[in-house]
Write a protein that binds this ligand. Structure first.
Ligand code: FES
Length: 145
């Protein structure tokens, strides 16, 4: 089968879809390879991600990776969320076809962009290198790039 059962499960029944109106951090990223877009909303309390929602205008693999990424970071600290990689997301889904790996990058980048937004809004200092990957596939609001 092309997709693992976990991918199919998250595809058919994506978790945490939607938006958070009073989100503490919002990240929007675009996939340089295909132009698809993902938006991630974080609710953060004392550095802990208490709620997370996403919207993806993209393919099924992007939906499945965002869905599982939200499950992986909910209840974690923002520092732990920054450790999420597209590799760990793909592993958690029991793999993706190689030509779909680029779709998983959106999830990692959207989480990072949302945490960066939270840091920026709250005047929290950080090492810019943490977010260097965002600059290469950036589709942020105007003025950010
Ligand atoms: Fe664009 Fe998958 S084809 S994110």
């Amino acid at each position: 089968m092309l997709y693992s059962e976990k991918v199919m499960d998250h595809l058919r029944n994506p978790r945490n879809v939607g938006e958070i109106e009073d989100a503490d951090g919002i990240g929007e990223v675009g996939n340089a390879k295909c132009g698809d877009i993902m938006k991630m909303y974080l609710k953060i309390d004392a550095g802990i991600i208490t709620d997370v929602k996403f919207k993806t205008f993209g393919c099924g693999s992007a939906i499945a990776t965002s869905s599982i990424a939200t499950e992986m970071i909910k209840g974690k600290s923002v520092v732990e969320a920054l450790e999420l990689t597209n590799k760990s997301v793909v592993e958690a889904l029991d793999g993706l076809p190689s030509y779909k790996i680029h779709c998983s990058v959106l999830a990692e980048e959207a989480v990072k962009a949302a945490v960066k937004d939270y840091y920026d809004k709250n005047g929290i200092s950080y090492n810019p290198k943490l977010f260097s990957a965002l600059e290469t596939s950036c589709c942020h609001e105007e003025g950010e790039c």
